[in-house]
Design a protein around this ligand. Sequence first.
Ligand SMILES: Nc1nc2c(c(=O)[nH]1)N[C@H]1C(S)=C(S)[C@@H](COP(=O)(O)O)O[C@H]1N2
Ligand SMILES: [Mo]
Length: 205
Amino acid sequence: MFSYQRRRMREEQARREGRLPPGQSLTEKFPVLHYGPVPHYPDLSQWDLRVFGLVKEEKRLSWEEFNRLPRVRIVADIHCVTRWSKLDTVWEGVRFRDFIRYAGVEPLPEARFVMIHAEYGYTTNLPLDVLMDDDVLLATHYDGKPLTPEHGYPLRLVVPKRYFWKSAKWVRGIEFMAEDKPGFWEQAGYHNEGDPWKEQRYWED
Ligand SMILES: Nc1nc2c(c(=O)[nH]1)N[C@H]1C(S)=C(S)[C@@H](COP(=O)(O)O)O[C@H]1N2
Ligand SMILES: [Mo]
């Protein structure tokens, strides 16, 4: 069978099983999408992850400290607003909620929203309760291997229940906030919530 026929068959099956959100088609590739350049880290001694805003105590974790946190592996379907979906993607890293717990991050009671900060000023906003879900990961590995530079090495967010622009690559900061605030694509007209099952693509929808 040709690979395009196999893709079509899998797409039909995914649709029947209710795994393809409206307006999405299946890809077997792993497209690379982002705004701006790809950062490179010849060595991670300069890398840190900053936790700030409405927390009891601000923190900076080194790469070594981050890698001492408890790790999990998740299998998830991902959906990009540009209309591709990819099923059964395998990620490893630290659950966001385990990160909070084991890195000793104490959000203040009024902290209900989070801004994720990535390299070169990319940001994306999410409600704290969405990030505390089981399947939300600060991922270091894809498909058993460290992330490639284009896919977010050394650390990216993975939020499978939202369109993939919320899954920031090259994460460097986590800011806790009382009020919601639009991130990079959200300011540019993308939907604030971005639930693929509700087809929340753009605000004007
Ligand atoms: N730092 C950063 N993260 C980003 C982006 C970006 O421009 N910068 N683009 C987002 C978008 S729009 C998508 S669809 C996904 C793509 O992830 P991938 O390249 O691993 O498929 O990354 C998201 N994360
Ligand atoms: Mo995207």
